[in-house]
Write a protein that binds this ligand. Structure first.
Ligand code: ASP
Length: 331
């Protein structure tokens, strides 16, 4: 599979040049007002995840239960190599997971650098519901999970272990060579999900094994409230995928929600958040970033840095995978 990086290197996309200002052509604004419940989520693996969320939404369930059930699907699927069990390990061969969840009341929970637990999103939910805190990390998060009945299991599959061994052999001084530019579409793809239920309540969840072969100890944007995910029940929600460092530096999902608060459509708000990265971060063109957003009217949209990001949509009327518009255009 061609990586985003080699795709760029081959010059298959056109830089919009210095024109950070007027690069977007026709803007399709999704106008699906009052068409909820609905659920949207990042990437192809969002299709199966949306089905699980939909089973809850269609019965009038709460969006919080829907997003948790939804993202548990790729977390449990060893063939999804960027989330949960079967995720690509860090440079030392350990699978370390990041996840968070947030509801329409602004309640939030998060876990970072969690090992041995297949469903970090459910641990994040328990952090939200059972502790006075928002985020638990590493050994503390694991102890909390075990104390609350989660079972330890092996997350590194044989296939990922074999790939990691091969990768490690190829690294001469690997600790110096780990670089976020090595992130390709083959080694990172978080699931971020947003749902609005029958009663108009928006919740979101975000879960990932993070950047493949990341430096041990690295935590990305996905479990950071405001970066990988943000929900404001009066406005809407947003979630991110891609090079987490860039999303963290711009507090990307919070920014998307704030743009929606100012009256921008979900798509336009995502575009403005991508634009912020392009304005502020010098090597932005080497990275993929994808945002999806949903507002309280049930309107949704997306925007990304590089062509190739898609997101899954499920409503009573449709089940589809939508190609997001990108900052860089395909030639
Ligand atoms: N945002 C994730 C991270 O940086 C990776 C991804 O979405 O692909 O950990």
């Amino acid at each position: 599979m061609i990586s985003r990086r080699s795709f760029l290197a081959k010059g298959s996309v056109l830089l919009c040049g210095a024109g950070l200002c007027s690069r977007v052509s026709a803007t399709t604004v999704f106008s699906n007002a009052n068409k909820f419940p609905l659920v949207i989520s990042t990437w192809n693996h969002g299709m199966a995840a949306n089905e699980a969320a939909w089973n809850i939404l269609k019965k009038g369930g709460h969006s919080l239960d829907a997003v948790e059930a939804g993202v548990r699907v790729p977390e449990a699927d060893p063939n999804v190599i960027t989330v949960g069990k079967g995720g690509i390990p860090d440079a030392s061969g350990k699978v370390t997971l990041d996840a968070c969840i947030m509801d329409e009341k602004g309640r939030a929970g998060s876990v970072t650098y969690l090992q041995h637990i297949k469903h970090p999103v459910s641990v994040a939910r328990l952090v939200m519901e059972k502790t006075p805190h928002v985020m638990l990390s590493g050994k503390g998060a694991l102890k909390f999970a075990l104390d609350n009945g989660f079972e330890k299991e092996k997350l590194l599959t044989k296939a990922r272990k074999a790939e990691w061994k091969k990768w490690k052999k190829e690294q001469s001084e690997f600790s110096n060579r780990i670089n976020i530019e090595n992130v390709t579409e083959d080694n990172h793809d978080t699931i971020g999900m947003l749902a609005i239920d029958e009663e108009g309540r928006i919740s979101g969840a975000c879960t990932t094994s993070g950047m493949g072969y990341k430096m041990p100890g690295r935590v990305g944007d996905s479990p950071i409230i405001g970066a990988g995910l943000f929900v404001d029940g009066e406005v809407g929600g947003a979630t991110a995928t891609g090079s987490g460092e860039l999303v963290m530096k711009t507090l990307g999902s919070f920014l998307v929600v704030e743009f929606m608060r100012q009256g921008k459509s979900p798509k336009k708000a995502c575009e403005e958040s991508v634009r912020r990265i392009a304005r502020k971060i010098p090597d932005y063109e080497k990275h993929q970033i994808g945002y999806i957003a949903l507002n309280t009217k049930g309107e949704y949209g997306s925007f990304c840095m590089q062509p190739g990001f898609n997101y899954a949509v499920k409503t009573a009327e449709k089940t589809e995978l939508v190609e997001a518009e990108a900052w860089f255009k395909k030639l």
